[in-house]
Design a protein around this ligand. Structure first.
Ligand SMILES: [Zn+2]
Ligand SMILES: [Zn+2]
Ligand SMILES: [Zn+2]
Ligand SMILES: [Zn+2]
Ligand SMILES: [Zn+2]
Ligand SMILES: [Zn+2]
Ligand SMILES: [Zn+2]
Ligand SMILES: [Zn+2]
Length: 229
């Protein structure tokens, strides 16, 4: 009888290795060594989806290169094979990703999607807002530290884009869209939530979680806050 060639082709394995850089959340050339369980994950979100606890991004100390597999302290480039771990790297959040004009806001304590020049940090709202809102918005103290009034989950560090209502209250964009099916008032203060609806219809297809196409940026930038986590 005939045996199938035992020398399994390596094409598959190689192809897999080449094609794989990062996860569905981030483009990065390294894995994070989770400070909590010592397991290797591409990102905090991948970790949190698989474990029963959350990874504290600020505590990450080591990463593993996906190319040479060397474990080393967190840095932008592999010290062994020079693989670039991330076009963007924040040494505070240990965020590695392709360049989306991120910046680290010290007051927010996290990285946000910029460009930085387009945003200012309002100390009263305690949040980075679009430049054109400077002096022209209703400050609500620590507004982003309040949970979303719809889903009651965190807004400040959520990856879901936050939507600023005309009254100044915040909710997740996805929750805002759900809310519009039910009614048009801010659930916190009952003010009309409608001012921007006209734009929404237009932009629904265009705006993703990632930076919006530049041609729409001016039209929408005052309605969103981006978090890059
Ligand atoms: Zn863990
Ligand atoms: Zn991930
Ligand atoms: Zn390496
Ligand atoms: Zn950061
Ligand atoms: Zn900020
Ligand atoms: Zn403010
Ligand atoms: Zn929500
Ligand atoms: Zn409100």
């Amino acid at each position: 009888m005939e045996e199938m060639a035992a020398s399994a082709r390596e094409d598959g394995a190689r192809g897999q290795k080449q094609g794989r850089r990062g996860c569905k959340h981030y483009d990065r050339g390294c894995l994070l060594k989770a400070p909590c369980c010592d397991k290797l994950y591409t990102c905090r979100l991948c970790h949190d989806n698989n474990e029963d606890h959350q990874l504290d991004r600020f505590k990450v100390k080591e990463v593993q290169c996906i190319n040479c597999e060397k474990i080393q302290h967190a840095q932008q480039t592999c010290e062994e094979c020079s693989t670039l771990f991330g076009e963007y790297y924040c040494s505070i959040c240990h965020l590695f990703d392709k360049d989306k004009k991120q910046y680290h806001c010290e007051n927010c304590g996290i990285c946000r999607i910029g460009p930085k020049e387009d945003f200012f940090h309002c100390l009263k709202c305690n949040l980075c807002l679009a430049m054109n809102l400077q002096g022209k918005h209703k400050c609500i103290e620590n507004v982003s530290r309040q949970n979303c009034p719809i889903c009651l989950e965190d807004i400040h560090t959520s990856r879901v884009v936050a939507h600023v209502l005309p009254c100044g209250h915040l909710l997740h964009r996805t929750c805002y869209e759900e809310m519009l099916k039910e009614g048009y008032r801010c659930p916190l203060c009952m003010h009309s939530a409608l001012d921007m609806t006209r734009y929404w219809r237009q932009l629904d297809d265009e705006v993703a979680q990632t930076p919006m196409p530049s041609e729409y940026q001016n039209m929408t930038v005052d309605a969103y806050v981006f978090v890059d986590f």
